[in-house]
Design a binder for this molecule. Structure first.
Ligand SMILES: N[C@@H](CCC(=O)N[C@@H](CS)C(=O)NCC(=O)O)C(=O)O
Length: 313
């Protein structure tokens, strides 16, 4: 059994970003399957409420959001790096654009009526009505982009990506970076829907680049899948890693360490995780939580994309 447990499901684009990071860094990991729609009782027992996928578990430490998961994997295995020297700001900023704007545009295109029907055909066990209701609720009722607008914007973005690949194998040069992985994952989802995947072929550079990224593989995936119950038991048997220090405390909210707080994503999936703030560094928050199924765990979130508040008394 490896120490890295990825809570995910096969069709998740954001999980594909992390599976490829395992490939880049040749890491061993164990898979734990999550339902693509609510309810997700075991995942939420682990995270405290956060429901999005993927989540990385290392013993009693639980890392939410791929922004943070990439940083954690980078520190575990720095080479090859996700953040090429001299281009770290560019790589992170491009990845943020891809995980936000490109992803939401691509998914609106992917689930345009034709793509949605193809998805339903390829995933016959998925209750599409329940899936649509679940995602609608996650968006808080906000509509997706209209298919025509999404198609036009997606085509523009694909042209821009193609220009980044005119003179180099990866978007920032000779070396693959987090920007490639973040740009790749929404396109990967499109490619899995043959009825709408032709859009990728309209720029000659895109598919060969996708093949180069896919060739990173998924690292050393344990052939045995972990059950959800087993993952909780692993957390229960472990102790959170204390290798962070309150000396790095950065207070932007007037909330001291030791305060009972809540953390919520800024958008899309607004489940509220509560716990005691035990660390707040430049880039992440850590909450201490206790649950009968997991014992004491530390749940970590990136600062960017999340809202920290003092819990109501
Ligand atoms: N910013 C998050 C986004 C994660 C995300 O939106 N994941 C999708 C799956 S690809 C999700 O959680 N969808 C709803 C669900 O699976 O419950 C990250 O980087 O991890």
């Amino acid at each position: 059994m490896s120490d890295l447990i990825l809570h995910h499901y096969p069709n998740s684009p954001f999980a594909e970003k992390i599976r490829l990071t395992f490939g880049l860094k040749k890491l061993a990991w164990t898979s734990c399957d999550v339902s693509p729609i609510m309810p997700k009782p075991e995942l939420q027992a682990l995270t405290g409420a956060y429901r999005r996928v993927p989540v990385l578990q290392i013993g009693a430490d639980v890392y939410c959001d791929t922004l943070l998961i990439c940083e954690v994997l980078e520190s575990l295995n720095p080479a090859p790096s996700l953040y090429p020297q001299g281009q770290t700001g560019l790589a992170r900023t491009l990845a943020q654009w891809a995980d936000g704007t490109l992803f939401s545009t691509a998914m609106a295109y992917n689930f345009s009526p034709k793509g949605g029907m193809e998805y339903a055909r390829l995933n016959p066990t998925q209750d599409m009505k329940a899936f649509a209701m679940d995602r609608g609720a996650m968006r808080g009722g906000a509509p997706r982009m209209y298919p025509g607008d999404a198609a036009a914007a997606y085509k523009s973005y694909l042209r821009r990506i193609a220009t980044m690949l005119e003179s180099s194998p990866f978007v920032l040069g000779d070396q693959v970076s987090v920007a490639d992985l973040a740009i790749y994952h929404p396109l990967w989802f499109t490619r899995r829907l043959p009825a709408v995947a032709d859009v990728l072929a309209s720029n000659a550079a895109i598919l060969p680049w996708m093949d180069r990224v896919a060739a990173l593989g998924h690292g050393k995936r344990n052939s045995t899948e972990l059950s959800r119950g087993e993952s909780l038991e692993i957390a229960r048997q472990a102790t959170p890693d204390m290798a962070f220090s309150s000396a790095n405390f950065q207070d932007e909210h007037g909330i001291p360490l030791g305060t009972l707080v809540t953390i919520t994503a800024e958008s899309f999936g607004l489940e509220v995780t509560s716990g005691t703030l035990v660390a707040a560094t430049r880039t992440r928050f850590t909450l201490r939580r206790e649950h009968e199924l997991t014992g004491v765990v530390h749940v970590h979130f990136p600062r960017i994309g999340f809202v920290l508040k003092k819990a109501e008394a």
